[in-house]
Design a protein around this ligand. Structure first.
Ligand code: GCU
Length: 400
């Protein structure tokens, strides 16, 4: 009996560890009445307290200021230069998916200081479509078999057939090409090209590296006439959704961002301390964010920012965020509030803000608004339902 109890408890602990939710002594708050009072920095007020009333002041002063705050305090710097980017097509199939798509397996090679890095990109382009097509790019943080180029295995995490049928190209790369997702090995990727990042307190770590990789995929799209590099939609789920948001913030060439169940240090507000917190994320995943971010462990009130400001930097480009009803860890309410706070940037561009005043009910996607949102019924995941709404949203805001 004792043995059985021990076995069950240790299995549960192991499971929590795998899911990344175990931290001795950490108890997540799931009670709205226990959210402490907090004050968010205003997206439309500069650090010197000047009200931002025009898109010029937004673009020239406030937006760069916000990006800097996130580089300095959260995700670290984003290296913008390299010595060389080349690519080769490892494998091509002109009649993939029973003739519906062209498959390209691309190896992107980036070189800096004589150090090379290879990023493997899988790309399907619809054959029916004439001219360059918009493309969905997934930052894949789950198994590589989710993006199987042979299509022997199909997965709703990357429903390539559905996306192709909707007239979009679809691409993906795996995070491990940029930074393996563990504390010991994250350095064995792009950080080898930028070793100065490793010693800087504001140096990028894994999430920054994955976002950097998304931009290199975009560099490749600019060289491939089959896709429209001005219509690249960067998508990520959970930790990948934190990276897709950071990629879209840092690289304004991305036409749209989809951040799925991205939660803490993704789309949700940290000041709320609901579900996952900064100290929890920095403790269990010390290799994700810049060293400086640890200053805010159990110290949210000292943050000169919150995630609504990051969302604001994507505006006026369309952004779609999601949650799942059973995924309180990622704070659905805090995600919606974050979007609401960021929405006012669109008004500077004369774009009407049309998110509802309160979070929409479960399975009620808001797709007409420039900032879209849904809270899907179910668990923490990226599903065909989520993708179908990204497509609807992109049909309105990107494809046109
Ligand atoms: C953990 C982590 C989250 C992350 C998630 C995931 O639960 O705490 O921040 O979003 O893993 O990537 O699935």
């Amino acid at each position: 009996m004792q043995h059985l109890k021990f076995f069950i408890l240790s299995s549960l602990f192991l499971l929590a560890l795998i899911k990344g939710q175990a931290q001795p002594g950490f108890v997540a708050n799931y009670d709205e009445s226990k959210v402490p009072p907090y004050t968010l920095p205003d997206v439309l007020k500069t650090t010197t307290n000047v009200a931002v009333k025009s898109k010029e002041t937004w673009e020239n002063v406030r937006r760069p200021e916000i990006i800097k705050l996130f580089e300095e305090n959260v995700y670290g710097q984003m290296p913008k230069t390299y010595d060389r980017l080349t690519y080769s097509i490892k494998h091509e199939n002109a009649s993939a998916m029973a003739g519906k798509a062209i498959l390209k397996e691309v190896v992107i090679e980036v070189v800096r200081n004589n150090k090379p890095l290879k990023i493997n990109l899988v790309l399907f382009v619809p054959t029916k479509q004439k001219g360059p097509v918009p493309v969905f790019l997934l930052i894949n943080n789950r198994g590589k078999d989710n993006t199987d180029p042979t299509r022997a295995k199909k997965s709703d995490f990357w429903p390539a057939e559905m996306v192709i049928d909707s007239g979009y190209a679809i691409a993906a790369f795996h995070v491990s090409d940029l930074a393996p997702d563990d504390t010991a090995n994250y350095v064995n990727g792009v950080l080898q090209l930028y070793p100065e990042q490793l010693t800087a307190n504001n140096g990028m770590k894994a999430i920054g590296a994955w976002a950097w990789g998304a931009s290199r995929a975009l560099d490749y799209f600019e060289k491939d006439a089959a896709v429209d590099a001005k219509k690249v939609i960067v998508v990520g789920h959970s930790r990948g959704g934190k990276a897709s948001l950071w990629a879209a913030a840092e690289d304004q060439r991305f036409a749209m961002c989809a951040t799925n169940c991205s939660g803490n240090t993704g789309a949700a507000l940290s000041h709320r301390r609901f579900g996952e917190t900064i100290s929890r994320i920095n403790t269990v995943f010390p290799h994700w964010f810049a060293t400086n971010y640890k200053k805010f462990n159990n110290n949210e009130d000292a943050l000169p920012l919150d995630q609504h400001m990051l969302i604001a930097t994507v505006a006026p480009r369309p952004l779609y965020a999601t949650n799942a009803s059973k995924d309180l860890w990622a704070d659905p309410t805090g995600t919606f509030l974050s979007l609401k706070q960021a929405e006012k940037v669109n008004a500077l561009y004369g774009i009407k803000s049309s998110l509802p005043a309160n979070p929409p009910t479960i399975n009620q996607p808001v797709v007409s608004s420039q900032m879209g949102y849904h809270n899907r019924d179910g668990e923490h995941n990226l599903t065909a339902y989520d993708w179908s709404n990204f497509i609807k949203f992109a049909n309105t805001h990107v494809k046109k």
